[in-house]
Design a protein around this ligand. Structure first.
Ligand SMILES: Nc1nc2c([nH]c(=O)n2[C@H]2C[C@H](O)[C@@H](COP(=O)(O)OP(=O)(O)OP(=O)(O)O)O2)c(=O)[nH]1
Length: 126
């Protein structure tokens, strides 16, 4: 299964993270926004769709830079492709009622993160 997610940075170098709803897989843990790529869907299009659904932000493919990936599990194996964007995108709105925020990399690392998101975050910290 392919999942796409976005590390969106603001002008202060903080990254946007959101909290997974309670009751879902990894409920209550923090993650980069994104979601599953549908069959026959181009991954970058899936990411643009998910960001619009979750945060009300209209992104353009040209704003998205492929960054890192992580993988875990079997049956199904999950591959998470992370993109970055550092361009101003307007004010996010939590359209699915989720908590979200801008975090420095140190603040982000102190949150309870979903496992693949933690691995990906550590790539930015160098
Ligand atoms: N971001 C993230 N997702 C993970 C991790 N481990 C893991 O199994 N997943 C799964 C949970 C979800 O099935 C999927 C992420 O896609 P999603 O955000 O659209 O999932 P969802 O829970 O909203 O949707 P659903 O499973 O209820 O259909 O990847 C992880 O470490 N980080």
């Amino acid at each position: 299964m392919l999942v796409v997610a976005l590390a969106l940075f603001d002008q202060e170098g903080r990254v946007l993270l959101q909290q997974r709803p309670p009751g879902k897989h990894h409920g209550g843990m923090w993650e980069f926004p994104g979601g599953k790529v549908e069959v026959s869907e181009k991954p970058v299009k899936a990411l643009i769709r998910e960001i619009a659904e979750e945060l009300g932000l209209e992104l353009d493919a040209a704003m998205l830079e492929p960054a890192f990936f992580a993988e875990e599990g079997t049956d199904p194996a999950i591959v998470l492709n992370l993109y970055t964007s550092r361009q101003p995108v307007g004010e996010p709105r939590a359209l699915e009622g989720q908590d979200w925020g801008w975090f420095s990399l140190a603040q982000a690392a102190a949150l309870p993160l979903a496992p693949m998101d933690r691995k990906l975050l550590s790539r930015f910290a160098g």
